[in-house]
Ligand binder design. Sequence first.
Ligand code: CMC
Length: 369
Amino acid sequence: MSDIRKGLAGVVVDTTAISKVVPETNSLTYRGYAVQELAASCSFDEVAYLLWYGELPNPGQLEMFSQRERALRRADRSLLSLVAKLPENCHPMDVVRTVISYLGCEDPQEDDSARKANLAKALRMTAVLPTVIAADLRRRRGLDPIAPHSHLGFAENFLNMCFGSIPDARIVKAFEVSLILYAEHSFNASTFAARVVTSTQSDMYSAVTAAIGALKGPLHGGANEAVMHDMLAIGEPADAAEWLRRKLAAKDKVMGFGHRVYKNGDSRVPTMKAALDEIAALTGGVKWLAMYDAMEKTMADATGIKPNLDFPTGPAYYLMGFDIEMFTPIFVMSRITGWTAHIIEQAGSNALIRPLSEYSGVPQRALRS
Ligand code: CMC
């Protein structure tokens, strides 16, 4: 029997220069910078630039980059009418996945191994996706879409397109922090899916579509939605401990807890918890902080398992006024920067990803005997 590592747990499959996760020191760096520091002092545009180009932009580079991103935000009529035609009861992640596929049909298929072409595609998708997600949020509420504004920052513009106004600057910052924390996380399932597709020399849109499919699942990005559904199902913080104990007794996974890599706490959680605290204080959502504390404590006492990033982002997005089904599309809006950085890296030093399997079916047999 070969040495099989189910789920590729603990298997190192390639090198990457994009990010580094160090579980022992509970740290995560993007291109060498600690993500907490980036979240505290950079804009989302700067982080996207860093992931794609390897260095933070100087003021002139940032200005040019932001101008290009802002010029690509508008969704043309055909794209908006495609969104309008999709069933309102499908999950918004299905809309996002379909839209990326559509963008791939529209784009002239240049040489996908060419770094320049891929950087242009990455920027195009990153710029237009918030417009599409906001339009989908609004149509589900029976509202018309709001066009993007080129004078607004990435986070501000998205919030304005969703809600028709820009919230308190502290809320905008807390939201931008969540986007920066979500942007990249080495060989997670969705990024790996994107790299597998890229390794066949397929195109960037196909790779991103695959990544979206992987992120949708509740063991990965879908956990932020599941966390809020659970919190609402519990109802009151005083009932959290009992609810959790029942869940654990039934051997169910508690969403928003545990991590494949971090076994002693997710390095991004303290920064996002501070952002959640800020949002809760400004929106009067302290009940959800009490719920957070009760669930965290009960899990720690019962299992020692700590929250992951999806645990604070769930209530944070809820308190900001997002519909729960929009939480994972917001994750896509950010993680698309990390995915595309990995697609470019994979295309730049490619080897077909094609692992082996150990056959466990019936032994070879004759068709007719
Ligand atoms: N609730 C209850 N028990 C858990 C949980 C949890 N959330 N996470 C791990 N465990 C238990 C698990 O049952 C197992 O126990 P035993 O050894 O008795 O069978 C032990 O801890 C080891 O867990 P595992 O499933 O082998 O760990 P893994 O590395 O395969 O799984 C995980 C990691 C994220 C899939 C898992 O922790 C999980 O399902 N968490 C809930 C879903 C979630 O929050 N996902 C978001 C992940 S982080 C952000 C992102 O990538 O999107």
